[in-house]
Structures are given as structure tokens and as C-alpha cells.
Design a protein around this ligand. Structure first.
Ligand code: PHE
Length: 456
């Protein structure tokens, strides 16, 4: 099937793999969802719940996906088909996710890129006008299109240079830069007058806020943030040599992602707290409006020079996070087409780029030319529809199917053998129980809770 096996890419070593996994995981989810969820669900209470989930459920699934990829040496569709033709559909569903996410993720990537430059070109005051700047930008078909294209071209060039020549090198520059910028911003922000109350609000657990809803939100966030159930980690695992320890690698990826989420909260929650005066006010803001409307106002209040530097650094950091995640999407899509069709890397990559670009134009029209089309109710956009289908419909379904498939059909033992090729796997009994029983039940709980919330 895969006539392209001989040109299959590989990581230069374990740390390149860990960095790539972390680069995929650290993205917009860490920057704009985690801080807001923590603010909403009692700070430390949410952080602690999330931490426990990442190191139980999250690493279980990460390990499963990476082992499946390495065992079969194939991306998602091929990996499932390897165990029988009738299982290929699970891979098809998983593979659909990056094809849906890549175009709209690039649109948001374009907004972030635009803001990074706008701090230098327009100045911080222009961005802090209660959303007028943002609205007029996204509703201009040409401007928003141009910035989406800029973002995509950067990502395409990096992936086009190959796994070791492009992706590894880009990660090696962008990930450390991201950490340094995040730490610098945190230090500056928490030293502002009044910021410490925000830090306290963010870190000190408010146990009364623990609720089933918190738990379900933490679980959903973990999924998205660790890039699970979208075939990415299967592809990345398929590029990994047999010497590298999988449990050690996935534990590092989990830690990296969690660390950046906590840092993101440490800059965003106290900053917004200073501007708005209460944690509840911060919690009420989420997603795009927090990032593109509230934060620019917070930055502006720091005075023109400081605001320019802080705003620029902040959006550059977010742009790096978005670029490295988008890279993992484009690479996975390329790999899926190569394995599935037996095409050369070049041909598969070209198809991936054209698809992403054309779909991106279409989704972007949802903010201007096609804004009358509001698929999920008043005010919703085509982007919301794509986000909904991938995150709320496909990802949980793929997760349950994958867990049942490995837990009950392939059997955990098959993947434990793969994991043990590199080193003894001490936690194998616990891992099997997680895969067979606990994890699938938890995912079904999220789905039921979600559906319940829609109709309840
Ligand atoms: N983990 C990413 C984030 O937190 C989500 C993502 C991963 C999106 C891979 C696209 C591709 O933003």
C-alpha cells in the first residue's frame, strides 16, 4: 500500500520527537482557553484537576497513539487498517479532524499574525478600541484573507522543508523562544501594582467551585490541548525510532503542555485582573474576545512604549504557538495522503496545501461575504461550524472508538510489547485498566454531559 515507505521521514532523535509533540500540543488552546477556564472554575481547583487528568488520562492516550504509530509505521488510516480492513474507518474519522481544523486554525493564526505586526505599525492605542479594530479587520475580505495567506505560507514553507530540515529546526527556534517570552511577560505582569490579587485568584484553589461541569471542561480542554484523537500523535509516533522510550517521551510532552498552560494563565489572568478588578469579570471573557479585545485594552493601559513591547511580544508568542501547531496539522495531512494513496511526499504535500488554502478562503468568507450564513444559530460563523464538528463531534467519537479498538480488539498487550521494545514499561497494568475501562467511560461521560447541556 505504501509505496512511499522508503522515503518515510523520521525524527533525528527522542528529543526532536518530544519537542515536536510539545510544539503540536502548545497552541491557541493553551493561550486563550486554559486561562479563562481556570478563572471560571476556581483557579487552583481547576489547575489541580487538570494536572491529575493530564498525567492519568492524557498520557495514557498519548502513549496509545504514539505506540500505535510506531508499531505500524503508518499514519492514522494505515495504522488502523493494519489490523483489518474493517477498522480503517476509525482512521478515516481521525484523519478528517486535521483536514477540518487546519483551514480555520490558519485563519485565527492570521489574526494573531496581523496583531503582532499591528503593535509595531498601528500602535497599541489603535488596537484598544473596544473591538472596532478587530471587527473591521475580520469583516474585510481582502485584509483577513491576506493575513491568513501569510500565516499559511510560513507554515507551508516549514513543512515543505521536511521533517528534519524544516519542522525540527523551526521547533528548535520557536519553542525555546516561546518559553523565554512567556517567562519574561509573566515576570513583568505579576510585578504590576495589584497583580498579586490576580495571581492569588488564579492559583489558590476555591474548592467550592469543584463541580461535574469543571471536570467535564477540564477533560475536553485536555483532549484538545494534547492534540489527541486527530491522528497527529499516530503520525508523529510513526516517525520515531525503536530506541526511544515512549513513556518518558509522552510524560515530557504532557509536562511541557501543562507548564505552558499554567504560564499563559499567569500572564493573562493577573493582567486582566488589574484591568477589570475581579476574577469573575475575567472569567466572563473567553476565546477571541479575551485575546483580541480585552487584552489589547489591558496592554494599552500600561502606557504607549510598554504596551507596544508587551503587545508585540505577547502576540509573537501566540503566533509561534499557533504556527508550531499548524505545522503538525499540515504534516499529518501530508502523511495521511502519502500512506493512503502511495503518492510521493511532494505530491501529497501540494494537495494538502491547495486544500487548506481553498477551504481557508471559504471559511474566511463566513466573516464577510457569506456572513448571512449562520449555521449554529444567530451570530455564529462557518468557522464555528467547523470547530464544532471537529472538537465536539468527531474528536470524542474517535477517542472512544480508538480506546475500544485498542482495549478490546487489538488488546493492550500488543502495544505494551511495542512500548517495551525500548525499555521495560512499569505501569503497564495500570495503563491497560485505563485503556480498557476508565478512559472510554470518561469520554462517554463527556459526550453525554455535552449532549445533556445542549438540550437540558
Ligand atoms: N493542541 C493545540 C492547541 O492547544 C490544538 C491543536 C493541535 C490544533 C494540533 C491544531 C493542531 O491549540
Amino acid at each position: 500500500m505504501s509505496s512511499s515507505t522508503q522515503e518515510r521521514s523520521s525524527w533525528s532523535g527522542k528529543w526532536a520527537f518530544i519537542l515536536a509533540g510539545a510544539a503540536s500540543a502548545v497552541g491557541l488552546g493553551n493561550m486563550w482557553r486554559f486561562p479563562y477556564l481556570a478563572a471560571k472554575y476556581g483557579g487552583g481547583t481547576f489547575i489541580l484537576t487538570y494536572l491529575i487528568l493530564v498525567f492519568t488520562f492524557g498520557v495514557t492516550l498519548l502513549l496509545l497513539e504514539c505506540a500505535l504509530g510506531r508499531r505500524t509505521g503508518l499514519s492514522a488510516i494505515g495504522a488502523f487498517r493494519h489490523f483489518g480492513k474493517k477498522f480503517a474507518f476509525i482512521g478515516v474519522l481521525a484523519s478528517a479532524v486535521p483536514f477540518i481544523i487546519a483551514p480555520y486554525y490558519s485563519i485565527i493564526g492570521g489574526w494573531v499574525t496581523k496583531y503582532t505586526f499591528a503593535y509595531l505599525m498601528n500602535g497599541p492605542a489603535a488596537l484598544a478600541d473596544d473591538g472596532k479594530f478587530f471587527t473591521s479587520f475580520i469583516s474585510s475580505p481582502v485584509e483577513s484573507f491576506v493575513w491568513m495567506a501569510v500565516f499559511m505560507i510560513v507554515v507551508f514553507i516549514i513543512v515543505g522543508l521536511g521533517v528534519d530540515g524544516g519542522i525540527e529546526r523551526a521547533n528548535l527556534v520557536m519553542m525555546p523562544a516561546l518559553i523565554v517570552m512567556a517567562i519574561a511577560l509573566v515576570v513583568y505582569i505579576i510585578s504590576m501594582p495589584g497583580a498579586m490579587s490576580g495571581v492569588a485568584y488564579y492559583l489558590i484553589p476555591d474548592v467550592a467551585k469543584f463541580s461535574p461541569e469543571l471536570f467535564v471542561s477540564a477533560l475536553g480542554q485536555m483532549f484538545y490541548s494534547l492534540s489527541l484523537a486527530m491522528g497527529i500523535m499516530i503520525t508523529y509516533g510513526s516517525y520515531l525510532d525503536k530506541k526511544s522510550s515512549l513513556p518518558h517521551s509522552v510524560a515530557n510532552i504532557g509536562m511541557f503542555d501543562l507548564g505552558v498552560s499554567i504560564l499563559a494563565g499567569l500572564m493573562i489572568v493577573p493582567a486582566a485582573f488589574v484591568a477589570m478588578g475581579s476574577g469573575e469579570a475575567v472569567a466572563a471573557k473567553s476565546g477571541p474576545s479575551l485575546m483580541f479585545i480585552t487584552l489589547p485594552k489591558v496592554f494599552e493601559s500600561m502606557g504607549p512604549q510598554v504596551a507596544t513591547v508587551i503587545g508585540f511580544l505577547f502576540f509573537l508568542l501566540v503566533a509561534f504557538a499557533a504556527i508550531t501547531s499548524a505545522i503538525s496539522l499540515i504534516e499529518t495531512m501530508t502523511s495521511i495522503i502519502m500512506d493512503g494513496k502511495g503518492y510521493s511526499r511532494k505530491k501529497a504535500f501540494t494537495i494538502t496545501c491547495v486544500f487548506t488554502f481553498v477551504m481557508g478562503i471559504f471559511i474566511n468568507l463566513g466573516f464577510n461575504g457569506l456572513s448571512f450564513f449562520q449555521p449554529l444559530g444567530k451570530g455564529s460563523t462557518i468557522l464555528d461550524l467547523f470547530d464544532f464538528v471537529s472538537n465536539s463531534v468527531l474528536m470524542p467519537i474517535v477517542a472512544v472508538l480508538t480506546l475500544v479498538f485498542v482495549g478490546w480488539i487489538v488488546k493492550p498487550k500488543t502495544l505494551i510489547d511495542e512500548i517495551e521494545v525500548s525499555a521495560p514499561f512499569k505501569l503497564q497494568a495500570a495503563w491497560s485498566v485505563m485503556v480498557k475501562y476508565i478512559a472510554p467511560v470518561l469520554v462517554i461521560v463527556i459526550m453525554v454531559a455535552y449532549v445533556g447541556a445542549q438540550f437540558g
